[in-house]
Design a binder for this molecule. Structure first.
Ligand code: HAM
Length: 480
């Protein structure tokens, strides 16, 4: 006899199995099909074909910037040991404390999906003896990162970053150069109203004194701080400056400022960096409360934010100098710096700003086929047209000529080449001009040249065929 508790539990399980979660949950939506629909996990997003033109445009701009600035591309693993992130990003950061997709693998290694790329790149730099490379070594990567935070607008659990790192450079001019690269990317993508916030977080020489003063300041006001910031006070007082809680922000306005505590070297570095930013004509705001959510930074830190909102939740990107990190991860002391942009946020901003992305080029030729023999010959023909450098498309799965012509029209092809059963037997092929509807029969051996000739003529007279297209025949022509 089941106990009352067991019965209740059973009921709950049954209810759970039946429940159709509302999209916030993981799986079940009622569908027209047999089983419940499996949805993507919360915080994970499909990038649908309607969006990919934006991604392609971002990729084109990044490729140009990488080439122009002599960055070398690197790919690092998606999974690394958790210890790597503990030692680099920092034990007490939100990323490491709360947001890692960590698990133990079958070999009992405690690993995590990468929450960011800098740690992996520096690990790779040390592991593969890159120190012998001429300096500075400029590395670039782009790809998905994973953080198990509460999903909301602009915050995903899987998101993409482009990441630029410069290893082996210590002068402020390089800090400015790097910030200019980020600025340039955002400008070329057509984003408006972006601000660059810059600050210095000092170094192991001067920061402890600042942290001490900051702790004393906040301790005196501890009761007014948010619960989260009270915890931060003991372990990471700098992070209170970055709190999104209005109570904390109000108090932080009066807090000591790091610029008053910088040692001579850090002060000089900041001054030089800002001078070079002026020189490079990159507009910035010296934002003395700016700190970052990762512990590896020394000296320069910066963020790109929208609309001049210095306390924006959703920075488009950020970075800074991490002069101690290479050594901390077991390499030789090497100054370094870098930044990452969050590509989903960048693309949302492109939409907000109404950025027009040139659509991908339309196919020039559509290959239609009718009947078995024609179908068999079509694949080779398709390859031939493709090999000649033509943008060609088809729908081998369709049989009706009307459906294929309709498809050709929808994809915007200028010509349709039609291989019917009769043509296949005779060694001919029909070329239909989709603009004026004129059809001509040519020898199949000459198809590439004939197509090229007609495309040339269309481009000449029709400026690419963007005007009125010929009406499609109503009647289904005879097959073969
Ligand atoms: P981060 O500030 O943590 O820095 O991330 C850079 C950018 O990634 C953010 O400004 C944001 O646009 C995007 N991002 C971060 N988390 C999310 C999320 N949950 N959803 C959507 N977008 C997000 C770093 O990751 C450093 N590794 C940057 C760096 C490179 N510093 C030196 N080198």
């Amino acid at each position: 006899m089941p106990t009352k508790h067991q019965l209740e539990q059973r009921k709950r399980n049954e209810a759970k199995a039946k429940v159709h979660t509302n999209g916030k949950g993981q799986t079940a939506e009622p569908t027209a099909g047999k089983g419940p629909l499996i949805q993507a996990l919360r915080g994970f997003k499909d990038i649908l074909p309607s969006e990919t033109k934006y991604w392609a445009f971002v990729t084109r701009v990044l490729d140009d910037i990488v080439l122009e600035n002599n960055f070398l591309r690197i790919e690092i693993p998606m999974v690394e040991r958790v210890d790597l992130y503990r030692r680099s990003v920092g034990e007490e950061t939100d990323i490491v404390r709360k947001e890692m997709f960590a698990f133990t693998d079958h070999d009992h290694n405690v690993v995590s999906l990468r929450p960011e790329a800098t740690a992996g790149i520096v690990r790779s730099y040390i592991q593969h003896g890159f120190k012998t490379y001429p300096k500075p070594l400029k590395l670039f990567t782009v790809g998905p990162m994973f953080r198990y935070d509460r999903p909301q607008a602009g915050r995903l659990r899987e998101f993409h970053q482009c990441d630029f790192e410069i290893i082996g450079a210590k002068r402020g001019i390089v800090d400015a150069q790097l910030m200019k690269i980020g600025w340039e990317i955002l400008s070329r993508l057509g984003l408006k109203n972006i601000s660059l916030m810059v600050n210095s977080v000092g170094c192991p020489v001067c920061r402890p004194q600042f942290e001490k003063s900051l702790t004393e300041f906040f301790r005196a006001k501890v009761r007014r701080l948010s619960p989260e910031s009270r915890t931060r006070l003991a372990k990471n007082p700098l992070r209170i400056l970055d709190s999104k809680d209005e109570r904390d922000q109000e108090i932080a306005k009066e807090a000591p400022q790091i610029v008053d505590y910088l040692c001579e070297e850090c002060n000089d570095h900041l001054k030089k960096t800002l001078e070079f930013l002026d020189e490079f004509e990159v507009p910035y705001t010296l934002t003395t409360h700016l700190v970052r959510g990762l512990d590896y930074y020394t000296r320069t830190v910066f963020e790109y934010v929208t609309g001049g909102d210095e306390r924006a939740q959703n920075a488009l990107g950020g970075g800074g100098r991490y002069d101690a990190l290479v050594e901390r991860l077991g390499g030789e002391s090497t100054p370094a710096l870098g930044f990452a942009l969050g590509l989903e946020r960048v693309i949302v901003k492109m939409h907000d700003d109404g950025v027009e992305v040139p659509p991908p080029p339309k196919p020039e030729v559509y290959l239609a086929q009718l009947g078995e023999l024609a179908k068999k010959m079509s694949l080779k023909l398709y390859q031939e047209l493709h090999a000649a450098g033509l943008r060609v498309t088809e729908s081998f799965g369709k049989n009706s000529i009307r459906a294929q012509l309709k498809h050709s029209d929808r994809v915007g092809a200028l010509l349709t080449v039609i291989l019917g059963q009769k043509e296949a037997l005779e060694g001919t092929i029909i070329i239909r001009n989709m603009i004026d509807g004129v059809q001509e029969i040519v020898n199949v051996r000459d198809v590439v040249a004939e197509v090229q000739k007609r495309l040339e003529a269309i481009r000449h007279t029709n400026h690419g065929g963007n005007e009125m297209r010929a009406k499609l025949p109503d009647e289904e022509p005879e097959e073969g």
